[in-house]
Design a protein. Sequence first.
Length: 168
Amino acid sequence: MEKFKFTCTTCSEVHEGSPSFSYKWPHHYEVLSDKDRKEIAKISDDLCVINDEDYFIRVILEIPIHGFTDGFMWGVWISVSEENFWKYHENFDSKEYEDTYFGWFCNVLPYYPETLHLKSNAHVKPGGQRPNIDLELTEHPLTIDYHNGISWEKAVEIAEIAMHGTKA
Ligand SMILES: [Zn+2]
């Protein structure tokens, strides 16, 4: 299997390895003022609570790339129910706990039309690995890409935009 790499039309470098981009926090935290971030929110690498009413966990969305083993990886956040949030928290280091949670997609990805609040399911795996999510198939292009996979060319285009904010 070929390794994913491409010569970037924006910066002229060769970018190697499967594209992978992640978000330190959900969009709902991103938009808070510094004061609100301190006063009404709590955040770690994997968990976030806002106002004791919005509960978020960090997950992985993998979009398959045709012809490659590893997909296009997005480290993103979904909002889950309060009950599932605490179950996840309690079992975070568990070697046996497995579960599936419904969640709303909570980041704004580049390239795609508005990605907030797409429907997903997070598959919680034992042993502290971040859960992978699947996306409910709708007319939204991100959900179509998740289900059909993308070509190398499209992966390159999205990667350039995600890296540089633009494509030459
Ligand atoms: Zn580049």
